[in-house]
Design a protein around this ligand. Structure first.
Ligand SMILES: Nc1ncnc2c1ncn2[C@@H]1O[C@H](COP(=O)(O)OP(=O)(O)OP(=O)(O)O)[C@@H](O)[C@H]1O
Length: 341
């Protein structure tokens, strides 16, 4: 496909996303999104393309029209040509609400759509491994689709555990206990992460509350070792609370699957597509400054397996935590601080 690059609409860890206009609009929409990366992000982009190809068409998954390479300003770029989401991601949408969440009726509708997408991904033998609001795209008609398959992986049975020691795949605030403790990344991690995303959608706040100055290790301990669970908003209906309690089961074998959740009364009803045009509270768009490194919107997703460093396998959570501790004091002001592995 021939296309012309337009304005930039998003930035990821290794990529830039721009609008683009295809030259031949009889076969393609008038506007598409092009996700481009230099050699550092090429592997992630190529993984994304092959996963999207394997998944085929699904209404709740962003469409891929192909891939190509260009040389722009003397730099070689790999490009992924994607369906364009005119309203950006749910994370962008939520930022506009100035700390408030979406109405429960909208949350239910989005929840059902994402679950349908997850069911498709899981039944095709993949785990997304990076479900978060920034990777759920919102379209002009109010529908949502799952995007960003850069960290997705093929699964063997229900779980795959990395044998390469400590691995951080995805965004720490959404990490499931089995990933923190045992490097396990199966379909159940998407359900846990999606529960965290549903909490955020409804409350406008992260599912794990944290105090200013709290650190990465304490979050991992809360997720992996303590009995604590992500906070379920008290204002949510009883149906919603029960739904989330099925996502937040520490033992991944007892956690509900996407298929099971689709039969939960929170979503197993006819949800009409109305009130999707969510009112922005306040005249202007207000983008809150990050309060600390756990501020969800700026957390980047990364796979520690991209690292050159290889670790010895670690058997227990205690050993894993010890291996993450270092003598030097971390500089939390660095945006991609989660690359500490
Ligand atoms: N198809 C699309 N249509 C519209 N906006 C998009 C599209 N794809 C991505 N974006 C925007 O670009 C941002 C970055 O895209 P994406 O998450 O795919 O990049 P990434 O490098 O994989 O990011 P991450 O660091 O979160 O893994 C998204 O949060 C979204 O705002």
């Amino acid at each position: 496909m021939e296309w012309v690059r337009g304005e930039t609409i998003g930035h990821g860890t290794f990529s830039v996303v721009s609008k683009a206009t295809p030259s031949n609009t009889s076969d393609f929409p008038a506007l598409i999104a092009v996700k481009s990366s230099d050699s550092y992000g090429a592997a992630s982009l190529s993984n994304e393309k092959s996963v999207l190809d394997s998944l085929g068409d699904c209404r709740e998954i962003v469409r891929c029209y192909g891939a190509d390479q260009t040389v722009e300003n003397g730099e070689k770029l790999d490009n992924l040509l994607l369906e364009y989401a005119s309203s950006g991601s749910l994370a962008t949408q939520l930022k506009k609400l100035n700390g408030e969440g979406l109405p429960e009726s909208v949350v239910r509708r989005h929840t059902k759509s994402v679950l349908q997408g997850l069911r498709h991904i899981h039944s095709n033998g993949f785990a997304h491994c990076d479900i978060k609001l920034g990777n759920i795209l919102l379209f002009g008609d109010g529908s949502v689709k799952i995007a960003d398959f850069g960290l997705a992986r093929k699964i063997n049975g229900d779980l795959t555990a990395s044998k390469e020691g400590v691995e951080i795949r995805g965004t720490p605030l959404y990490m499931a206990p089995e990933s923190v403790n045992y490097n396990e990344y199966g379909t159940a991690v998407d359900v846990w992460a999606f529960g965290c995303a549903v909490v955020e959608m409804f409350s406008g706040k992260t599912a794990w509350s944290f105090k200013e100055g709290s650190n990465f290790m304490s979050l991992l301990i809360r997720i992996g070792v303590s009995e604590e669970l992500p906070e379920i908003p008290v204002e949510l209906s009883e149906d919603g609370k029960d739904f989330l309690s099925k996502c937040f089961v520490k033992d991944h074998e007892r956690r509900w699957t996407a298929e099971m959740l689709l039969n939960h009364s929170f979503v197993a009803v006819d949800l009409e597509r109305e009130d999707f045009d969510v009112t922005v509270k306040g005249e202007k768009e207000v983008l809150a400054s990050p309060r600390c490194p756990f501020e969800f919107s700026d957390w980047e997703s990364i796979s520690s397996s991209d690292s050159q460093t290889k670790y010895q396998p670690l058997d227990s959570p205690v050993e894993r935590f010890e291996s993450l501790v270092c003598e030097s004091f971390p500089d939390w002001s660095v945006v991609n601080w989660v690359t500490v592995r």
